[in-house]
Design a protein around this ligand. Structure first.
Ligand SMILES: C[S@@+](CC[C@H](N)C(=O)[O-])C[C@H]1O[C@@H](n2cnc3c(N)ncnc32)[C@H](O)[C@@H]1O
Length: 348
């Protein structure tokens, strides 16, 4: 089986944030803090590489620890650790609606008039397509294309939607100046920083029409006000991604990479939101924490590997983590960077 269903009307109604009364003001920021990074070394990707056995070579997906992973050679070079299964599809749909609530909309770039009149839109690393499915209904005369290395796309979708399985490392399979709006959310963490700087940014600019917009939504910095367990988890992740050449605190870096193409693009000031995780931040806080814990659970094979802990210790750590976040809400920053391709810039 290489496709799975993602239409899930029941759970899309799961969260209703209309009565959120957290008493916490969103949008504030705080200084970064130092973390003691663990100092032992581990080999990357061992648990996933271990299931990529020759006898599985024809399988699109492999199962490990009760979760299904994409069985693709590219996984060895990509650093993408989340599973490709129904549970993950559901988590990303829930996360999509959290983001929409936090930002008060699906995008920040000034593209709404264009979308209403009929624009061409590309979502890079679209995952299960939650954003596209939502946008395609809001803007029926616009055309939406989603690309991803993992084919988690919904089987049925509106006529103004197309999904394509492709690896952005191979370049984007579109002519120059194709899209009015190019969007990418939470993909930076999957891309080696060198490839981002030398390849991906150029491709994003190339396929955007002159006058069109690029919007990057991603993680600003993981550690804002950590509790003990959060600090520990982040320290391990920080080291792990650092070794993989991935820039986790990426916003300033992302802006810098676009600024290197000043003759082609104009970079607007970034927008930020502070997300709070845990019961004290109301219903949205509960929902964001649930999503985060689900993501960590989905990465169990990586965590047990890099932290050198058993599955039981890992489960206990997550239970304690939830408690910690429910006592003092965890804060994480997210940003949207908006970049316009200059009207006189053509192609890449
Ligand atoms: C954290 S998920 C974000 C998904 C979606 N944008 C969202 O906000 O829910 C990152 C996505 O990027 C995709 N991805 C990672 N590396 C990729 C690559 N080299 N080419 C295409 N897609 C990639 C993954 O398969 C995954 O669906």
């Amino acid at each position: 089986m290489d496709r799975i269903r993602t239409n899930r009307p029941a759970s899309l109604k799961m969260f209703d944030f209309s009565d959120t009364e957290s008493g916490i003001s969103y949008g504030s920021t705080e200084n970064e803090i130092e973390v003691n990074t663990p100092t032992y070394s581990v080999s990357l990707m061992d648990p996933i590489e271990a299931v990529m056995k020759p006898e599985n070579v024809l399988e699109k997906f492999v199962e490990v620890g009760g979760r299904r992973y994409l069985n693709d050679d590219t996984l060895k070079s990509l650093k993408y650790y989340l599973p490709s299964d129904q549970k993950e599809v559901e988590r990303t749909y829930d996360r999509h609606f959290i983001d929409k609530t936090m930002w008060g909309g699906n995008y920040s770039a000034p593209v709404s008039d264009n979308l209403s009149l009929g624009a061409s839109v590309l979502d890079i690393g679209c995952g299960a397509g939650a954003w596209i499915m939502n946008m395609a209904l809001d803007y029926p005369v616009s055309i939406f294309v989603g690309i991803d290395i993992a084919p988690l796309f919904p089987e049925s979708h509106p006529a103004n939607v197309a999904f394509l399985k492709c690896n952005i490392m191979d370049g984007l399979p579109f002519p120059d100046n194709t899209f009015d709006f190019v969007r990418q959310a939470f993909v930076i963490i999957c891309i080696n920083w060198r490839s981002w700087k030398e390849k991906v940014v150029k491709e994003l600019i190339r396929v955007t029409k002159p006058g069109g917009y690029i919007e990057i939504m991603d993680i600003q910095r993981e550690i804002v006000n950590p509790g003990t367990i959060n600090e520990k988890i982040n320290a391990y992740l920080e080291e792990h991604f650092y070794k993989a050449g991935i820039n986790r605190s990426s916003c300033a870096g992302v802006i810098d990479t676009f600024n290197e193409f000043k003759d082609k693009v104009i970079v607007a000031p970034i927008e930020e939101r502070t997300y709070y995780f845990g019961k004290k931040a109301g219903r949205i806080g509960e929902a964001t924490l649930k999503c985060l814990v689900e993501a960590y659970k989905a990465m169990k094979i990586i965590f047990t590997h890099i932290m050198r802990i058993t599955e039981e210790e890992f489960e206990q750590m997550l239970t304690d983590y939830e408690k910690e976040c429910n006592e003092v809400p965890l804060r994480k920053e997210r940003y949207r960077a908006i970049i316009q391709k200059r009207l006189d810039a053509c192609g890449g």
